[in-house]
Ligand binder design. Sequence first.
Ligand code: G6P
Ligand code: MG
Length: 214
Amino acid sequence: EIKALLFDLDGVLVDTAVYHYQAWLRLAKTMGFIFTEKQNEELKGISRMDSLDKILRWGNVAKSDTEKQELATRKNDWYVELINKMTEEELLPGAVDFLKAAHKEGYQMALGSASKNTSIILKNTKIAHFFDAIVDGNSVSKSKPNPEVFLKGAELLNVKPNQCIVFEDAEAGIEAAKRGGMKAIGIGDKNILLRANKVVNGLNELTIKDLKEL
Ligand code: G6P
Ligand code: MG
């Protein structure tokens, strides 16, 4: 029986991918190259440093560890400037209604995100109160597809992995849920999120009844 719902943040509840892309692109340009929105897809769900490594590879640029730290900090400063201005308007369609319905149904809820900026986003979009536990980039050491972020969430909620459903927009996140022994609902393209138990375009297409039929 499902007792808990574990939500990824970026791409499931809020649309921050555009801001990540803007900030990473600005950084790439300072190094003399650009990358496409399609390539940006590959950065979804993976940590800041893993993202930077990929981008540097795309640009064929080599940097020392110290330089990489500086680059990541610069990108993050730009990113934070953007998300500091976020409002509830930027919650994805159906997100709040779904959280409300799930809460009313009595599910325990946790957030499982790779982002170290989770608290700013939750505060600006005013959804923090829905979650009984928050696991983010500051509390995990292994990034998705490693299941650590979701296993920690389940542990904090005191439920077993097979009592959880994960909501994820990233391939790496669906993989993490599966490796952790959880069910997964994909938000996005079913040709990409192949391992998900069910895929929808957004939480606006999902009802509590769908969860029971999973
Ligand atoms: C989320 C996003 C990724 C991002 C990661 C780390 O998982 O989908 O694109 O790289 O968080 O975000 P941060 O805010 O810590 O740089
Ligand atoms: Mg995501």
